[in-house]
Design a protein around this ligand. Sequence first.
Ligand code: DP6
Length: 320
Amino acid sequence: MKATARAHTNIALIKYWGKADAKLRLPLMSSLSMTLDAFYSDTTIERAEENSEFYLNGQKQSGQAAQRVFNYLTLLQEKFDLHDPLSVHSINHVPTAAGLASSSSAFAALAAAFCKFYQLEVTPKELSRLARLGSGSASRSVFGGFAIWQKGTDDESSYAYAIDETPKMDLHLLAVELNQQPKKLSSTQGMKDAQSSPFFTPWIKRNDAELKEMVKAIEANNFTSLGELAELNANEMHAINLTAQPGFTYFEPNTIKAIKLVHELRKQGIECYYTIDAGPNVKILTPLKNVKDIEKNFESQFNNVKIVNASFGPGISYLD
Ligand code: DP6
């Protein structure tokens, strides 16, 4: 008996960057994301002989990465009064080159495979709550298209839901790899450190209005508003990192160069916007007609740059 689930990564257009409760992963703000077709994780769970084990892309893992998975499995098992040692095999179809965090797809796939393995009958909402306990952003990867993770006030009320699983918007995300080094500061730590910024409270206060504006842009199929807001929201997140006490940044020199290139392309009439997560790589939002031009411009300005073109992906699926 084994169970396999697939979850796609998502990119936040309105970011989750701050926790109200670290253990339950309750956020201080609601977030909104686009699930991506190009990047996903496949996770299989079966009973282990003796001790739980975790394989990533065929390699047995030890240390921190494995510990996070085991702690999460223990937490899920305690919830449902289950006790078996488990063997977890995950394949990440998230090229490190893309610079996209895989924790969203990883923990969503893990939560789904766990529920399938034990034949737990959970609703998508309950699955989202369980995924959230592994990694906050994973709560949104349960759904395809555009999803909102409503912050809620407790474990019950903090979950994601889809606002449109098959959006009509002509929206592509170009994941531009500028730096292949693994990130030095995890999202978990970065969002904790950011709370010392004098702009952290204003950041939280703006969330409600920004989320509403983003939903309006999606409902009106307005790419320009969506892009402008996503870029502003990402800049706010990185501004609080820079102004934290002590300050820090995920930006590298090439991040700034890419930001300037996006500004320049916009001046030339090639409409595109950027968003950046907890790393130096830049993701560009644009309609399909601009993809080739943008790729050409990035390829001419950066050496050996790798660009992956993604669009809307689906929610959780099961592969048996
Ligand atoms: C910048 O979901 O990785 O990508 O809950 O601590 O695992 P943990 O954090 P994680 O943080 C994601 C941060 C982000 C923004 C986002 O995806 O909303």
